[in-house]
Design a protein around this ligand. Structure first.
Ligand SMILES: Nc1nc2c(ncn2[C@@H]2O[C@H](COP(=O)(O)OP(=O)(O)O)[C@@H](O)[C@H]2O)c(=O)[nH]1
Ligand SMILES: [Mg+2]
Length: 312
């Protein structure tokens, strides 16, 4: 179930303009003026896809499909090629995004618990503010927990977002045990009969074993209060980081079961193609995308809309 459908196609299209410039313009350059798209052009196209962060495997699949679907010479026009690539990109995203998890079942679990993880600066806290705002708007009672007790200003930043969204935030002093905050947050949410809990965490490098252990502890504590918690663990990835985002997804999924990805800052990057590569490799669905810094700039991820927006 997609709880809020916050799709603003114009905004999405605007946000993805740099990715479009990189991906679509280079595809167009590769095929334009070619009377027939022959094997050489297909090779160049494959290279174009790879350098646009689509990933080797997916790029090969797309070019194979293009080759197969354009049987006769008269099929091999630039327009047909562009259409095949577009529909193959959508098909691949749908394949990768489906099946793994059931989308948030807010009716069944009360509170529904979401844990948000990722490296420093990925956009976790901002995204939580936006998510809280959207859930609240959808009529849900939301409590957020500030389990980033590591950064000095973390409480304050989350408090500002909570105020904007109009939801309650639970926190402890700087330096406190993050799992204690997680515990408090669930306890309050249960008492209030809240619908959704969102837990913010400190940014951690996947290479720091103790921080990764801390994540596991937070999860254990959540499960102690509510045996089904967390329902979701979302990894937030900064879309600007390109290939690095792929490594983050790999490393985080080694220590914790990720149920979804949130890719932020797609408004400022030409590397939006990375979404194809990460989902192809990790088979984790993209759930939301960030296309700006304000509270309304989080959108539900939709495979078709995403590709249509890239292609303008
Ligand atoms: N342009 C843009 N900036 C974003 C987006 N999401 C987050 N940011 C910015 O990224 C920076 C880091 O965000 P923050 O939420 O503090 O990251 P955290 O360390 O993971 O909690 C802030 O300046 C945010 O305003 C987005 O979708 N678009
Ligand atoms: Mg933060």
């Amino acid at each position: 179930m997609k709880l809020f459908k916050n799709l603003n196609f114009g905004k999405l299209k605007g946000g993805l303009s740099k990715t479009r410039n990189k991906l679509v313009n280079s595809i167009t350059e590769t095929i334009s003026g070619k009377a027939i798209i022959d094997e050489n052009v297909l090779d160049d196209l494959e290279e174009t896809l790879i350098t646009s962060d689509i990933g080797i495997e997916t790029s090969e699949k797309i070019i194979d499909a293009t080759r197969k679907s354009l049987k006769s010479d008269k099929d091999r026009t630039s327009e047909n090629v562009l259409n095949v690539i577009k529909s193959e990109l959508i098909r691949n995203l749908e394949l990768n995004n489906n099946g793994l998890t059931e989308y948030s079942n807010f009716e069944k679990y009360k509170p529904y618990v979401i844990l948000v993880v990722g490296v420093n600066g990925a956009g976790k806290t901002t995204t939580i503010g936006k998510l809280a705002h959207n859930y609240k708007k959808a009529g849900l009672e939301v409590v957020i927990g500030s389990a980033d007790t590591f950064r000095a200003a973390a409480n304050e930043q989350l408090e500002i977002w909570a105020k904007r969204a109009g939801v309650e935030v639970i926190q402890r002093e700087h330096g406190a045990d993050p799992s204690a905050v997680a515990f408090d947050t669930l306890t309050v949410a249960k008492k209030k009969n809240a619908d959704v809990v969102i837990i913010d965490t400190a940014g951690r490098l996947h290479t720091k074993t103790n921080l990764m252990e801390e994540l596991k502890k937070i999860k254990r504590v959540l499960a102690k209060v509510l045996d089904y918690a967390p329902n979701d663990t979302f990894l937030v990835i900064d879309g600007n980081t390109g290939q690095n985002g792929l490594i983050q997804a790999r490393e985080f999924s080694k220590v914790t079961e990720l149920t979804g990805l949130i890719v932020t800052k797609l408004d400022g990057t030409a590397k939006g193609g990375i979404i194809f590569q990460i989902t192809a490799e990790q088979k984790i669905p993209v759930r939301y995308i960030g296309v700006g810094e304000s509270i309304d700039d989080l959108q539900t991820f939709d495979e078709k809309e995403f590709v249509n927006a890239i292609f303008g």
